[in-house]
Design a protein around this ligand. Structure first.
Ligand code: PHE
Length: 374
């Protein structure tokens, strides 16, 4: 009973969801989207003018709009696997397609894993300078900089034939200017060559922040086959994708990605539309650590454990990490021990309620993942 009460009290302030439950029942075979993820669809933090993500989106828009880019910030995050993967030359056996990485609604519909999922439809519709911002979804590890929902802003520009020799240099110059527009003229940055199936050549821009290089965007010259698939094989252009949380965590000094989702007034009253200010951390509530150890019986992916923990504990989970990986010398069986840090952004937790959550997690890993608890 206590559990129910705890869980409900977490749910009461859940934001509006526009998820089409009728069209995509969450219990349908092949659907791996938990309710707590579906409930967030339609929150659109990037469209809230007082929210750090909304403030940042405006700043980026301010930079691009004078160059004639149109913004699409309300496209549904429910997309086809064709648009999310195939149209972008992502191979059919690529890891990012695996259900341990991506949320599937059914065999050919996913929650977009990147805003590049809209390149195909917008190019096909004839657009040639556009931005797309929105929520993207990835099953991933749990820590202060990873959250299964984050936000990206995509940009695409096609060029007239006589301009085509300047694509790569214009791309790099514009993005360097954008970095300066956001971080000031003194920011230290560098380009790294990389690989994306949908751009060639491909680059990442890193900025130096507190002594560490931080990747803030991916970009490149759009692969000719991507354009061919849209019926525009005779054109050329560039594309880039920015991670909004990454940039906002640096710009506003926000130490934990879950804060973007908090309802705490102490967070929200610090931000106002149009202003980049340094976040003043308020006192954190104490964490509560619980360990779970089990023998692996068959194929096991840590993201499946992460998903169960999130499903049970929602935003009360701060981090999940492997403490011990042990192979029994006689049986050859593998045992994992994970530590789960529970901490609320909004209140103190009682040991009793966390014990209850941990008990559900323990039962679920046995039932859903077929492991044997130690
Ligand atoms: N979609 C890529 C990602 O999510 C970023 C990207 C966008 C790279 C456009 C190149 C061009 O990592």
């Amino acid at each position: 009973m206590i559990l129910r009460r705890v869980w409900r009290s977490n749910c009461t302030r859940r934001p509006f969801s526009s998820f089409p439950y009728d069209r995509y029942p969450l219990d349908a075979p092949g659907c791996n989207v938990p309710r707590n993820i579906a409930e967030r669809v339609g929150t659109n933090l990037h469209r809230q003018p007082q929210h750090p993500l909304g403030i940042l989106q405006r700043q980026i828009l301010e930079f691009w709009q004078p160059h004639g880019f149109d913004l699409y910030d309300q496209l549904s995050p429910i997309v086809s696997t064709t648009n999310n993967f195939d149209a972008l030359r992502i191979p059919s056996d690529h890891v990012s397609r695996s259900p341990s990485d991506t949320y599937y609604l059914n065999a050919d519909t996913v929650l977009r894993t990147h805003t590049s999922a809209h390149q195909h439809e917008l190019l096909r519709a004839g657009h040639h300078r556009f931005l797309v911002s929105g929520d993207v979804y990835r099953r991933d590890e749990i820590d202060r900089s990873h959250y299964p929902i984050f936000h990206q802003m995509e940009g695409v520009k096609l060029f007239a034939p006589h301009e085509q020799n300047s694509i790569e240099s214009e791309l790099k110059e514009s993005l360097e200017q954008l970095a300066e527009h956001l971080f000031g003229p003194d920011i230290t940055k560098r380009w790294i060559d990389t690989y994306f199936p949908f751009t060639e050549p491909s680059f990442e821009l890193e900025i130096l922040f507190e002594g560490e290089w931080l990747e803030v965007l991916g970009c490149g010259v759009i692969h000719p086959e991507v354009l061919e698939k849209t019926g525009r094989g005779d054109e050329m252009g560039y594309a880039f994708g920015l991670g909004l949380e990454r940039l906002a965590m640096v710009l506003f000094q926000i130490p934990d990605i879950r804060l973007f989702w908090t309802h705490d007034e102490r967070f929200h009253r610090q931000f106002a539309s149009g202003e980049i200010v340094q976040f003043e951390p308020y006192s954190k509530f104490p964490p509560c650590y619980k360990d779970i150890s089990f023998w692996l019986e068959s194929a096991f992916h840590v993201n499946d454990l992460n998903e169960i923990v999130r499903d049970v504990a929602g935003d009360l989970v701060e981090r999940v990490w492997l403490m011990d990986d042990f192979v029994h010398p006689k049986t050859g069986k593998t045992s994992h021990c994970y530590r789960i840090a529970y901490r609320s952004m909004d209140r103190s937790l009682t040991n009793e309620e966390i014990d209850d959550l941990q008990e559900i997690v323990r039962n679920r890993v046995v039932d859903d993942l077929g492991v044997i608890l130690r």
